[in-house]
Design a protein around this ligand. Sequence first.
Ligand SMILES: Cc1cc2nc3c(=O)[nH]c(=O)nc-3n(C[C@H](O)[C@H](O)[C@H](O)COP(=O)(O)OP(=O)(O)OC[C@H]3O[C@@H](n4cnc5c(N)ncnc54)[C@H](O)[C@@H]3O)c2cc1C
Length: 374
Amino acid sequence: MRYTAIVIGAGPAGSTAARSLAQAGFPVLLVEKEVMPRIKPCGGALTHRTLSLLPRGFEAQIKESPTQWTFQGAHGSPVTLERNEPYCHIVERRYFDQFLATASEAAGAQVHDGEAVLGVETDDRGAVVITASSRYRADYVIAADGARGPTAKAVGFARPRMGAAMEAEVLVSPTLYQRYQGRVEIHIGQYPWGYAWVIPRNSMLNIGVGSFRARQFPLKERFYAFCQDILGDIPVAPLAHPLPYRLTFADPIRERVLFCGDAAGYMDAFSAEGIYSALRSGALAAQAVANAAQGHAPLTSYRDRLYQEFWPSLKSAVKMGLIFYPLAAFWSDLFRNNQALLSDYLDVAQGRISYHVLTRHAERLLMSRRIFSR
Ligand SMILES: Cc1cc2nc3c(=O)[nH]c(=O)nc-3n(C[C@H](O)[C@H](O)[C@H](O)COP(=O)(O)OP(=O)(O)OC[C@H]3O[C@@H](n4cnc5c(N)ncnc54)[C@H](O)[C@@H]3O)c2cc1C
């Protein structure tokens, strides 16, 4: 059988791409190397803008909707802000991703999990996706195989920059859980080019440390020290995973292969939010394939759409990172001492304002005499 598209990887990007194409009536195959449900190291925090991109029934996947947010800067005691509405929504990635893959199957996609893609070949007429048991043919390939997937190398797509994170899911006592229930805690200012977090979910704490320049500090040591601070002697079984991001826009198309999500490096280079980008770029890749298959628009419409609609916010995250992280202790003190700025920071996380507005407010504050006369 020849497919219109083969999607590689059943994370949020791949399952969304497969679902969109199947809903539009195209024959599509989704190939995932792991057996679902599979583990994916991730805090599982969904921002508000993410919710509108999810298939029907997603509400059952949300395990916590914290309204409190604690900011621990480089110095001083932590500051907690509370909102009337949730700051984010927490899912458990293994079941959330399974839910998305099942939704693509229900829409009509063929899903082969437990089947790793070993290679991809393309020519003028289409593409061949190679696994241990088969050679599948398609008109197009959507590469959603994450930060470590094989497609980039197979078709000569330059890998994004890689930060790294280490995290663990820890079952804690009801007393300790209660301390974090309804609240996400972020420690920023002490970790070079990154931060540490505690995210509560279902009696478990997701605890982690990540950095966009992980080679500059001992990630493992800092992770264990952070766990000791939060958990005491409770044992942890951490997992490490790359944080793929880009400083400049890269053409996401190689012949008939479209890259999306982490495989393309579409992670927010300040906060490491990646689920929204994965869902949105997966949907846009599917739309471009559908248009190209019907002769409505060239495949390059994907690149143009991403550049116009999507890249500006990723670019402003890059700028925010370049401004904030080299002077993280200074900025974290400034944020900590100004509730209005801290509230703006939360507004960015909630998707109400852009990083651009946040940095303008910070700039204004810096220029005001109030700051310098402190
Ligand atoms: C520690 C950590 C915490 C994070 N926390 C958050 C958070 O709280 N909120 C947020 O928005 N983002 C977070 N992120 C980022 C987020 O996890 C990713 O951006 C997101 O998972 C990207 O989705 P994706 O579909 O592109 O890739 P993935 O979710 O990585 O999916 C890729 C899929 O491809 C499959 N695959 C790989 N190789 C092959 C192959 N050869 N053949 C077939 N399939 C293959 C993989 O098994 C995987 O299922 C975090 C990241 C890390 C590392």
